[in-house]
Design a protein around this ligand. Sequence first.
Ligand code: AP5
Length: 328
Amino acid sequence: MRIILLGPPGSGKGTQSQRLVERVGIPQISTGDLLRAAVAKGSALGLRAKAAMDAGGLVDDEIVLDMIRERLAEPDAQPGFILDGFPRNLAQARALDGMLKDLGKPLDAVVLMDVDYGELARRISGRRTCQDCGRVFNVFTSPPAEGETCPKTGAPHRLFQRSDDNENAVAERLRVYDEKTRPLVDFYRRQGLLRAIQAAGTVDDVASRLRVALETSPPPASVTPPPSPPRAAHRSPTKAGAVPVARRGAAGREVVPKRKSPKRKSVNRAKSERAIGAKAVRARGAKAARAKGAKPAPTRRVKAAPPRGVKAARAKGAKRARTKRGAR
Ligand code: AP5
């Protein structure tokens, strides 16, 4: 299996990749992890990458592509791989296509992980990583279990917070995702490789949606909606209408789930969002869009649902018609 997990910072790409590694036995190739390792080593490449990473920008394509080329050639990547955080822009995506074509190993699927903005802020602010085994935890949702030890050292996990998980860097990472990475959704949709899953909910919930998505064929490129205009602010891709999170209905048609009404934010979530500067990011995104002369997002008209009795009568009528046709 050769797959890409695509999604904004904090959408759970790393967490789900680690689950998939255990389940499927193919390696996770995370450009973020490779770059952080180079930074920790203090190599020339690491030093070049560090400034861009700390600022929340993208590291040069040339550095990243060399790293990926080398990593894909390693023996453990021959049966397949999970790309996490790569590609990040169209140039990288096209270069990857070329590399895989040369190897005669095309991609099987690209899974887009769709999460609400508030949830991203909460996840990122709570993220902690074990500096020995690299396992990702969250102080709010998935801290290490009582007495849990690191499989590498046998001692308790030594947790650290990433240097780019701060307010300014996160704001920039989200902006860069919108501008450079989001166009990949349409790029892979046109290739018929895109599958979108709702990545909110527990890690287990998301893991099962991911499993279903990987076992189902992607919607044909022809029935997917056309690309939508750029968003005015940093919001969930679904809110902007750009990315339908669809599953396949019984008749094979796309079924787009209804959005639930927003619930009251928990105290923890509100605190985390403040910590990561969610408001600042939204405001900055809106300001940037205004500066570019973007029009505000159109208001969505919601068709009023017919009263219950009317709906039932319509359904009855339709059923009768079908029965009549069947009898003929
Ligand atoms: P990278 O390390 O790739 O960061 P990212 O893409 O911003 O993604 P994250 O690692 O922040 O999030 P994730 O989706 O993996 O979420 P996670 O599973 O950890 O890149 C870092 C930097 O490197 C970039 O900014 C750039 O500078 C550079 N870089 C990397 N690749 C590059 C490239 N190709 N080109 C150029 N530059 C590149 O989860 C987040 C938290 O949420 C965790 O605490 C986790 O426990 C928790 N969580 C996960 N799932 C759930 C759930 N379902 N419910 C509750 N909590 C959850």
